[in-house]
Write a protein that binds this ligand. Structure first.
Ligand SMILES: Nc1ncnc2c1ncn2[C@@H]1O[C@H](COP(=O)(O)OP(=O)(O)OP(=O)(O)O)[C@@H](O)[C@H]1O
Ligand SMILES: [Mg+2]
Length: 332
């Protein structure tokens, strides 16, 4: 990955320091130089410069893995959601190394689910957790530490009866509030170091849609392309991080209505009416509701989970593009 720091690419710290003075810090920075420039800036011989460029190029190139290796790793590749039925549907839990999107109407509990997953990630492996830190990128100022601890205590009363454990969990969830598209992108592109320093085993972006939809009016010409490019960069970075650290990455998305497609029974859409979506008056009486951010974005996510209302207390979580028969009920 081009954003990888030179230190992480195995470059000697002495050379990293020299290059840093010339603002050469990432693999991309170095690989943009000619061997002669590397010679001059890093004080290396021509042969050493060629070797340096070669080793950095190899370090940031995607690793080859065989299908057999992937198959044998499959059991380690899931992070349990602690919901038996959902885990069964996902064949073990949220897949590591890929992006899982949680989408659904406003207020249905996507952020609550993210906070719950944060608690789970901090639990010991013997309890199905990852025994790791969490990076939580909050674009809506929706994160609540109080709520996180409340959920932890109510789901695992025995484990969290020890106050130190509660504090430890709270200390392992690292919150980054990023309120503009540029801030989110910059954070993602620097996240590799944060993941290492926080010992993170889970990255959450809640939500990918809110800032993008606020800043890009796609009815204006050119904005759609710009938005797709931005989302493409965000997704590519998240995918790289997921794969590099073999971790689950969770993003939340909003929903949108396509009235013009009412007649179509598209596999990407689901007909919800106002009684199913409390507070969903923006969706109208019988709009076709689908995840926001369009088709291009939908190809960036590997797993899509749809949360929807059953009643005031209960939520249904479905897997895939179309809402399936009842799979799981969440109670908050
Ligand atoms: N302390 C709490 N106790 C019980 N339920 C709560 C508590 N805090 C929030 N909730 C529930 O969570 C709902 C809000 O869920 P959440 O913020 O996760 O929605 P969301 O899907 O992320 O919405 P949005 O798309 O607007 O971000 C509230 O309507 C409420 O039902
Ligand atoms: Mg939310």
């Amino acid at each position: 990955m081009h954003n990888k720091k030179l230190r992480r690419a195995g470059v000697e710290s002495k050379i990293c320091e020299i290059l840093k003075h010339h603002h050469i810090e990432t693999c991309e920075d170095l690989l943009s130089l000619t061997p002669l420039e590397v010679m001059r800036l890093a004080g290396q011989s021509y042969y050493q410069s060629l070797q340096l460029l070669k080793s950095v190029s190899q370090a940031c190139a995607p690793k080859i893995i065989t299908a057999q290796q992937l198959w044998s790793q499959r059991r380690d590749l899931c992070f349990s959601t602690s919901l038996t039925e959902l885990d069964r549907l996902l064949q073990g839990g949220l897949p590591r190394g890929t992006i899982t999107e949680v989408t659904g109407p406003s207020g249905c509990g996507k952020s609550q689910m993210c906070m719950m997953l944060s608690v789970l990630a901090t639990l010991p492996c013997s309890m199905g957790g990852l025994d790791s830190g969490v990076i939580y990128i909050d674009t809506e100022s929706a994160f609540s530490a109080e709520r996180l601890l409340e959920m932890a205590q109510s789901r695992f009363p025995d484990y969290f009866s020890v106050p130190e454990r509660l504090l430890e969990t709270a200390g392992r969830v690292h919150l980054f509030k990023e309120l503009t598209c540029q801030e989110v992108l910059t954070r993602l592109e620097r996240l590799e170091e944060d993941i290492i320093s926080c010992g993170a085993g889970l990255v959450i972006l809640d939500s990918v849609a809110s800032v993008v939809r606020k800043e890009f009016d796609t009815s204006l010409s050119g904005n759609l392309t710009q938005r797709s490019n931005l989302l493409g960069r965000q997704a590519a970075t998240l995918k790289y991080l997921a794969q590099e650290f073999r971790m689950p990455v969770v993003v939340t998305n909003q929903i949108t209505t396509h009235l013009s497609e009412r007649a179509a029974s598209s596999s990407l859409s689901r007909r919800w009416n106002a009684t199913e979506v409390p507070g969903g008056e923006a969706e109208g009486d019988s709009g076709y509701v689908t995840a926001a951010l369009g088709n291009t974005w939908s190809h960036n996510v590997n797993t899509r989970l749809i949360v929807q209302y059953l009643d005031a207390q209960l939520r249904q979580v479905s897997h895939g593009a179309v809402a399936q028969p009842l799979l799981n009920q969440l109670e908050y």
